[in-house]
Design a protein around this ligand. Structure first.
Ligand code: ADP
Ligand code: MG
Length: 727
């Protein structure tokens, strides 16, 4: 009888490519698959483009007539480069991206003509009845529209022209991540620009930047295919820890294995062609874990690029006989994967609003934005956690090595000192205005460059890193949009409140600098609870955070409730990002997805223990029993007793674990049925979390014990030590 595990391991020894030749230099192929503004000039009339760019840059809706002329140029460029199809490329709430390809031709009077109209570019109505809408759209009224997002350029993937689009219901509600992300950047741009006017009247625009760091695991495809749990759920549902995993810390930043490097080179090549400015690659902490990061871009574009790169990764990995694991926690006991979202605000004049400046005004501006972000994170820490909550990220958060399930902000020593000084300064000390009306900040000088690498805190879910904030709790498989739109909206609302308070007092006759100083000082005191520079993994912090009134919920289904708190509903309404119906629908989808994921995992687990673990254990047990009988025939009764002692012990252990597993699976199935009978998605998700997950953990512990007992040659599931090595 063949053992699928050994077959898989043998497969890994196949001839592997360890070389990948990139042709040419980056500058020769960067963005060659993108219809960039430069390229548009070759294909589209100047006046049309002027109007288009003007509308895009000012956030105005594009006229349908313009779409017609743009579409002609777009098709010409695409077909010149071998495209035969186009697709609206959108981001449904399932996560990932969706596309439906149509050819560039149509029939007219029985004749085939090449066509791609403005309407086809502008808007499509995919049969979207099976995308989740959380009740916004009944399936019999399955009208969802995808509409062109001209702020993100179209690009080619193989023979298909991909058009980034938003996805909305017939009634206008957002059914995706892109729509509210765009709304949130508009709200933030507006609010931040208004506040900038206190410091610099020339600021016309404020952009939100995102630079993501994508972590992932690689596993050989043969090993992957021999683990039904990886294939079906993206994570291992069982597996005993390997004797050696990450304790020696020898993988982090280590030399990248040749086979992996070949994969990375091809991945980077494809990503760069698609205009994704990937720049950084390295080994991560866990064995077989890696990271890639691009240069930051506008948040909407950067998020499109992240989604695109995730699909490119999967495609390229297959060519190298790898599978990419984007799951947040593919293996218990070693680090999980996140997607740190580096976020900053930048004016059209080139100033990074989260970077200390060269003069007192710039520094007051920096402190203003910094403190307003702190306030927003403080007020909406529960929402920010909800924005990253999922069935998959839940395994990573709060675990030993990942950001804790409590949102706090790490500022580092220098900035903490600046805020402490400001807090304790009198108005006279804080803001000094001399006879020439020059302003001086009374606080200690803020060094222009704060990037102090020794002052890093890896345990913080939200860290200030010198000129940006790094939201680290985002999951590796997530659409960053969910987290970014929550952050953008929260900061936008906060800045609006700040401005209205400052304006009110200035209008009443107080000096602007004084008022700014005064309000900032009050904020520093008010949001102190969110600042934490200590060890986020410690138990003391959990107690301390609860005392401070921060959201300490650890159950994902309950974290999601934060979307519907009265303050959050009001905040999203004020900023115009999501209305109440949209929020409800998002929560429904989140709960539903949660249930489905745990349900699938639980079923797969039942299947694995019954069809893999128990048969192997029983086979081994039978062997031991046969041995006991055989010994009896040869040795005396006395000798038999001592000889069989160990066998008996193992036979009994197997029996106990097997019995526990069988009982556990029965209970788990019952718990699932009970959960499914709950009246709504929220209660269902809570039931899955509270009853099904603990039973799964229990079953796993018995299966993992059996793995340690059973003869290695009989074990059929690929082991951790085999998956966590590059073959
Ligand atoms: P580390 O792992 O040390 O945090 P990386 O080099 O892996 O750093 O990733 C840093 C990320 O932060 C990159 O995506 C980079 O583009 C991004 N980034 C750098 N500066 C900014 C900024 N001002 N705003 C937003 N993102 C930034
Ligand atoms: Mg990094």
């Amino acid at each position: 009888m063949s053992n699928i595990r050994f077959e898989a391991i043998k497969q890994c020894a196949r001839e592997q490519s360890t070389a990948y030749e990139v042709k040419g230099q980056v500058k020769d192929y960067f963005a060659c698959d993108v219809f960039t503004r430069e390229r548009m000039k070759e294909y589209i009339a100047e006046e049309v483009l002027q109007q288009l760019f003007d509308d895009v840059d000012n956030g105005r809706t594009i006229h349908r007539e313009i779409a017609g002329s743009v579409a002609i140029g777009m098709r010409k460029w695409a077909t010149d480069h071998g495209a035969t199809h186009f697709t609206h490329w959108f981001q449904p709430l399932t996560g990932g991206t969706a596309e439906k390809h149509d050819a560039f031709f149509t029939l007219k009077d029985g004749m085939l003509i090449e066509e791609f109209s403005g309407d086809a570019l502008y808007q499509q109505e995919p049969d979207a009845s099976s995308f989740p809408s959380g009740g916004i759209r009944n399936t019999f009224e399955a009208r969802g529209y995808s509409a062109w997002d001209p702020s993100s350029p179209v690009f080619l993937i193989g023979d298909t022209l991909c058009i980034p689009t938003v996805f909305v219901a017939y009634t206008g509600e957002a059914l995706d991540y892109k729509t509210p992300l765009i709304r949130s950047t508009a709200a933030l741009c507006h609010a931040a620009r208004e506040v900038c006017q206190y410091f610099d009247k020339t600021v016309k625009h404020v952009h939100t930047n995102l630079g993501w760091e994508q972590e992932y695991f690689l596993v050989d495809e043969a090993l992957f295919n021999a683990r039904p749990d990886l294939v079906m759920t993206g994570r291992t549902l069982m597996g005993h820890a390997s004797a050696k995993n990450q304790q020696l810390e020898d993988h982090y930043f280590g030399a990248i294995p040749a086979r992996v490097l070949a994969f990375m080179r091809e991945l980077e090549y494809e990503a760069l062609r698609a205009g994704i400015p990937v720049r950084t690659r390295h080994n991560e902490v866990a064995p077989n874990q890696f990271e890639m990061a691009p240069v930051y871009e506008d948040v909407n574009l950067s998020n499109d690029h992240n989604l695109l790169v995730m699909s490119i990764m999967e495609r390229v990995a297959e060519r190298h006989h790898f599978r990419v694991l984007l799951h947040e926690k593919p293996y218990a006991g070693v680090n999980g994967s996140g997607k740190h979202c580096n976020w900053s605000l930048q004016t059209n004049t080139g100033t990074n609003l989260l970077s200390p400046g060269k003069n007192p005004y710039q520094n007051l501006q920096f402190v203003t934005f910094l403190v307003n972000v702190l306030m927003a994170v403080y007020k909406y820490n529960g929402l920010l956690k909800a924005s990253i909550a999922s069935a998959t990220n839940e395994h990573r958060l709060g675990a030993n090595e990942a950001p804790p399930a409590i949102i706090s902000v790490f500022l580092g020593k220098q900035i903490s000192e600046v805020l402490d000084k400001l807090e304790n300064a009198t108005a006279e000390e804080g803001i000094i205005i001399n006879a020439k009306k020059e302003m001086k900040l009374g606080i200690a000088n803020i060094p222009e460059i704060l990037l102090d690498n020794t002052d890093r805190n890896r345990t913080s879910p939200f860290a200030f890193t010198g000129n940006r904030f790094e939201f680290r709790a985002v999951g590796s498989s997530a659409n960053c949009g969910a987290a970014m739109l929550a952050l953008n909206s929260a900061v936008a609302e906060q800045l609006m409140q700040f401005k209205s308070e400052v304006d009110r007092r200035v209008e009443a006759g107080e000096a602007k600098e004084r008022v700014l100083f005064d309000v900032i000082k009050r904020y520093i005191v008010e949001c102190k609870a969110i600042r934490f520079d200590g060890n986020g993994y410690s138990d003391e912090w959990k107690e301390e955070a609860a005392r401070r009134g921060l959201d300490c919920e650890t159950s994902a289904p309950l974290m999601i409730d934060n979307y519907l708190s009265p303050e959050v509903v009001k905040m999203f309404a004020t900023t115009g990002v999501l209305n109440e119906a949209e929020l409800h629908s998002r929560c429904e989808v989140k709960w539903e997805t949660y249930c489905k994921k745990v349900q699938i995992e639980s079923r797969v687990m039942g299947d694995l223990v019954i069809n893999h673990v128990l048969p192997a254990a029983k086979r081994y047990q039978t062997m031991l029993l046969q041995n006991v009988l055989a010994v009896k025939q040869v040795f005396s009764e006395e000798e038999v007793r001592s000889l069989n002692e160990q066998d008996y012990s193992i036979i009994r252990q197997i029996e106990n674990h097997a019995a526990a597993i069988i009982a556990g699976v029965e209970k788990m199935t019952e718990a699932r049925h009970k959960a499914n009978r709950q009246p709504d998605e929220r209660s269902k998700a809570i039931a899955y979390h509270d009853t099904v997950l603990p039973l799964m953990a229990d079953i796993r512990s018995h299966a993992d014990e059996l793995e340690m007992i059973v003869d290695d040659e009989m074990w059929t599931l690929v082991k951790y030590r085999e998956m966590l090595t590059v073959h």
